[in-house]
Design a protein around this ligand. Structure first.
Ligand code: MN
Length: 385
């Protein structure tokens, strides 16, 4: 079954992460990677910002990518002109739809929003642009007004509506209800854009997909405002393995993509990051390491090669005999199984002292100290491990 269209917004919402700023050259190279990996739509920035940002947008447009390139706009003629100036053919026009944002942020009312929507949409459509109408704060809006907004967008020529859970305040069940209702009542394809304030961005996006959206908004590593958005790599792998849906993304290139983006952010990928974290396919505890050596499916949801990763068995405080023997064999260090206990205790002890799993050189050294140079002085291990 074909999955939804991915609209990746790493270069727009992702870049709005606190402390993240991409140069034009970085944006261009990330855009190229997203295109090569098979992401069909990328939202690349906000031309109205001018300067390096609009240069980056123009630069990406001129690459002639297979992916559709979107630029983000407020419902202002000047924003649309700035997008036109960058040569984009697809834009998102964003307007708040919750009373809270309409009143407190803009000091306006619902009818002003509808007027502004139609005015900007018509202006853009007359100039040949395809437009996604972004309903900001849709999750906190009155659902009747949201539907009215969507119908107005359809009447004024929008190609789709973006349902934004702007402050990430939905859970999957609520998302499913609201999005199903919207999908059934408006004559436009719906996109879902979720935020991760409660750690539910991916779960909510998946619920939106079950509810019938045609487009899902993602960012690499889940970058984005505050706690971020739904992570591209998690959505792709969840669609494939949990929903049985294909996205045409070359998943084996997800890891290099994530590493490039992390580097451009000046951030490390946290070890426990789903899909692409260092720990995602690393096994230490005795039972798990023994399990994956028998059959990886026992403790892995899919093969690490699918995302460009590798399975690792590491030695540490929780290691067992089988993992140790496996590791020694890998390193070409022969050992009788009768001798394992001694070495295993030293492995656990050193790992506890260093508060991490051991590197190969550390294991080699312990091996030498134990069997090759048994008289070498060892630091004492405090306490029984
Ligand atoms: Mn957002």
């Amino acid at each position: 079954m074909n999955g939804p269209i991915l609209c990746d917004t790493t270069l727009r919402d992702g870049e709005q992460s606190p402390g993240v700023a991409f140069t034009a050259a970085e944006k261009i190279s990330i855009a190229r990677m997203l295109d090569e990996i098979g992401v069909p739509e990328i939202e690349v920035g906000t031309p109205a910002m001018g300067g390096e940002e609009s240069e980056a947008v123009s630069g990406i447009v001129s690459l002639g990518l297979k992916a559709r390139v979107l630029a983000r706009n407020r419902a202002l003629i000047s924003d649309i002109d700035a997008s036109l100036g960058c040569g984009v053919t697809v834009i998102a026009i964003s307007l708040p739809v919750s009373d809270l944002q309409i009143e407190r942020k803009l000091g306006r009312d619902r009818s002003w929003v509808l007027t502004q929507l139609c005015r900007s949409l018509k202006y853009a459509v007359r100039r040949g642009l395809s437009v996604c109408a972004g309903a900001e704060d849709a999750s906190r809006a009155d659902q009747e007004f949201l539907c009215e907004f969507a119908r107005a967008a359809a009447a004024c020529g929008a190609e789709r509506i973006r349902f934004c859970d702007t402050v990430g305040r939905l859970d999957p069940e609520e998302t499913f209800k609201k999005v199903s209702d919207l999908v059934s009542r408006v004559p436009l394809p719906v996109e879902i854009h979720t935020h991760n304030d409660f750690g539910l961005a991916v779960a909510n996006a998946l619920a939106g997909i079950r509810a019938g959206v045609q487009v899902v908004s993602t960012t690499v590593l889940g970058l984005g405002e505050r706690a971020g958005n739904a992570a591209l790599e998690q959505i792709v792998m969840s669609l494939k393995h949990l929903h049985g849906m294909e996205t045409k993304v070359r998943t084996e290139r997800l890891r290099p993509l994530c590493e490039t983006v992390a580097q451009a952010c000046g951030r490390e990928i946290p070890p426990g990051q789903p899909v692409v974290g260092e720990a995602a396919f690393t096994h230490e505890s005795g039972i798990h390491a023994d399990g994956v050596l028998k059959d990886p499916a026992l403790y892995e949801p899919y093969r690490p090669e699918e995302t460009g990763g590798v399975r690792k068995i590491v030695l540490g405080k929780h290691s067992g005999r089988r993992a140790l023997l496996h590791k020694l064999k890998e390193l070409g260090l022969p050992l009788e199984s009768l001798q394992v206990s001694d070495l295993l205790e030293k492995v656990r002890c050193l790992s506890l002292r260093r508060k991490r799993s051991l590197a190969d050189w550390e294991l080699s050294r312990l091996y030498e100290e134990t069997f090759v140079l048994p008289d070498a002085v060892e630091p004492p291990c405090r306490g029984k491990v």
